[in-house]
Every structure is written in C-alpha cells, then in structure tokens.
Design a protein around this ligand. Structure first.
Ligand code: AMP
Ligand code: MG
Length: 396
C-alpha cells in the first residue's frame, strides 16, 4: 500500500514522453508543441488601420477643426499601394492598408464630413495613432510560439494567421480499455435480476474525449484468468496505456492483478491509502502503462482524474499534469475516521466548495453533478465550516 503522494510520484516517474508527429494546425488544439515556431512573416505584414476613419499626416493637424480634402478611399483587401499627399486625407476602414506617407488614422467618430472635406475634431494627433505597424505583433523569424506550448484555439488562430499549416507536436497516447464483470449488461440488453448496466466504459471514454483522445479500443473479458489475460495482452500490444475497470480487488473472481503478472507486466504499486479507490494497481511493461481501476464507478472515475489523467498529460508533453488545485473554504463541517485520505465529490463556486451528498464508491449521483474533488488527507479528518481545503477542479 502506498500513500496518495507516493502513488502520484511513482506514476509520473514511470511515465515517458511519447514521440512527436506532424499535425495540421487546424487540428492541433489540445496538443503540445514539440518545436519552436518561427514566424514566416511579420505580423501584421503591412501597415494596417485599426479603425474606420481617415488616414492623414498627423502634423497636418495643427489645431482643432482642421479640414482636409478627401482624396481617395482604402477598404480592407485593397492591394494597390496608395500615397497620401500632404494636406489631404484618405477615407479608410479597419484592416485596410495605410497609405504611404500617412502617419495616423483619425477615428470616424472624431470627424465630420462636409462637401468632400473631412473636419478633424481631434488635437493633437499622436504619430502612429490607430496604425498597426509591420511586425508589431511578431517580427519575421522571431519565435512566435515556443516549444512545449500547449496549443489552444487561440494558438490555432494565431498560427493560421501566419500561414503555418502544420506543426510538430507530441503524440497523444493510444488507449485501450478492458471491462470486466460477469454481472454487466450492454445498454441494449434487457435488465434481469442480478445484472447491472455497464457504464464505466462510456464514462471513461467520455473523460478521455475531454482530453482530446477520441478513439479508445474497448474490450470485454469474462471473470476468468484466461479471458482477462488474453484481452490485456491484445490491448497492450496496440496501446500506450491500458485501463481496466473492475476485477482488481481481493475477491475470488478478481483476475486483473493475476492477469497482469501473467503477461509479465511489472507491478509498480498495488493499493493506495485512499477512499475511494484503494485497490488501484499501476503496472508497466517496456512499452505500455497499465492502470487497473476499481469497478465501483465513483472509485474508477476518481482514480482516472487523480492518476490516469496526469499520466496521459505527461505522455502528451504537457507540463501541468494534475487537476488544477486550489484552496477554498468548505461550506459545511465534515469528519471521517480511519487511516485513508479521502476524495470527495464536490461542487465549487467562485468562493467556496461543498461536498455533495452520496460519497459511497458505488454512487455516481454526486459525481453526475460534481465539478470538483475535495482532497482531505488524514490529518484533515475533522474540517469545520470555513476551513480551507484542497480542491481539484475537474477539467471542464
Ligand atoms: P469489482 O471491482 O469488479 O469488484 O466491482 C466493484 C463494483 O463495481 C461492483 O458492484 C460491480 O458490479 C461494479 N462495476 C464493475 N464494473 C462496472 C462497470 N463497467 N460499470 C458499472 N459498474 C461496474
Ligand atoms: Mg468484478
């Protein structure tokens, strides 16, 4: 049996970084950059107006109410190069190229147009006002995004604005999932006494989906050693990470631990001093990590968030592995006995966190509306309303 912190340390220490791959930039959100991206062009690549208004020479405005002749128009997309003559203005729109010679753009709201002349109701006018300069955002050849940046929708927009069509990123893990339990029914089967609907696989597949892992190979094994070993072996050959749910406790029909030994996986730890999720088992071979999650749904999901997710993030090149943690005041008193740290399904708002009713490991009703997990180590066995507790925010 290891402690929660030991379990986390052992997982991170045994989790490698996956190789890199090229991806289309438009499908790169959620991946981590494996290279510096140098800007292939300055951004902006030409001087742009940041306002609808009038391009002028700022020094032509020598006082309030100066009037300039409107010589031409520049709309967004104009490809010819215009030149502004002293004493005149060019009507211009946001994103249009600023004419040669122009040193400022006066926003339309500060002007009045009369008989082909524009009256400028702004003085003094600063040089460069409302003009986006070439390379103001990024210079050509500069590091636009550094290696190890986690790519977001903002990154995708930024990179495509520089016409970077593909990026080198860390690959995400291929994941296999083994479901065990002779009591389990598929969703289209009729309910009969003694059986339950199998729900852990879709729950875990959904959680993986939120991490950008959209294909998971799911297999089902009977509660016997041969079938469990064969399924684990097959999943291990094709995947970087194999998850199993159920069959990892001490019951006579729990075969996952034995099956992992049977396929020569080395156990890194078995059992964590925690509630729920005590029977968690972490094992590895030279190319695959194995997480045997307890079958009780709430245990399975807590173990996924606290242990599997960090490994997936490390494999994929992320530098923040764990759920985002913060200290928040708890809204109620809460006590527990025993020697195991507790993870509580909880709901956090901006200011405080509330443990939800129904913390048993078979009960998912609380998880169904939770947005956070409260982590209470044994030394915080008796918290009072208002005490600060460690909150792990679920990733949505
Ligand atoms: P086990 O870890 O196999 O002893 O299972 C513990 C509890 O979780 C039992 O009540 C099982 O019926 C339940 N369980 C196991 N696997 C699943 C599953 N895939 N979906 C829903 N419940 C499950
Ligand atoms: Mg079972």
């Amino acid at each position: 049996m290891v402690t929660v912190n030991e379990a986390k340390e052992k997982i991170i220490a045994n989790t490698p970084l996956l190789p890199t791959e090229k991806r289309n930039t438009e499908a790169s959100a959620g991946y981590v950059l494996a290279e510096d991206i140098l800007s292939p062009m300055p951004l902006p690549s030409f001087r742009q107006s940041s306002m609808d208004g009038y391009a002028i020479i700022h020094s032509d405005v020598t006082g309030k109410g100066i009037s300039l002749k409107i010589a031409d128009e520049a709309k967004a997309g104009l490809t010819t190069v215009q030149t502004l003559t002293a004493g005149t203005a060019i009507r211009i729109f946001t994103g249009a190229p600023v004419p040669e010679g122009a040193t400022a753009v006066i926003m339309q709201e500060n002007t009045v147009v009369e008989n082909g002349q524009v009256v400028i109701n702004e003085y003094p006018v600063a040089e460069g006002k409302n003009v986006r300069n070439i390379g103001q955002q990024v210079k050509k050849g500069a590091i636009a995004l550094a290696k190890d940046t986690f790519l977001t929708p903002g990154s995708v927009g930024f990179l495509l604005g520089m016409n970077v069509p593909e990026v080198e990123v860390y690959r995400k893990p291929r994941i296999g999932l083994l479901v065990t339990g002779d009591e389990l029914l598929k969703q289209d089967e009729p309910l009969s006494h003694g059986k339950i609907y199998e729900s852990n696989s879709a729950m875990l597949v959904s959680a993986l989906g939120q991490e950008g892992i959209l294909r998971v190979e799911v297999k089902y094994a009977k509660d016997d050693l041969e079938s469990t070993m064969a399924a684990l072996q097959d999943l291990a050959e094709k995947n970087d990470v194999v998850l199993a749910t159920g069959g990892v406790s001490v019951g006579d029909y729990d075969f996952v631990g034995k099956a992992l030994s049977g396929i020569q996986a080395e156990t890194v730890f078995y059992k964590v001093r925690q509630k729920p999720g005590k029977p968690l088992l972490f094992a590895k071979t030279s190319k695959t990590l194995f997480f045997a999650l307890p079958g009780n749904p709430a245990s399975s999901l807590v173990c996924y968030y606290e242990y599997v997710l960090p490994a997936i993030r490390k494999l994929s090149g992320r530098s923040e592995f764990f759920l985002r943690a913060l200290k928040m005041p708890v809204t109620v008193d809460y006590s527990f006995d025993g020697e195991r740290d507790e993870f509580l399904k909880a709901y956090a708002n901006q200011a405080s966190v509330t443990p939800l009713t129904g913390q048993e490991s078979f009960a998912l009703r609380s998880f169904a509306v939770a947005n956070a997990i409260i982590y209470l180590p044994v030394k915080q066995q008796n918290v009072r309303k208002g005490d600060l507790v460690e909150v792990h925010l679920l990733p949505f």
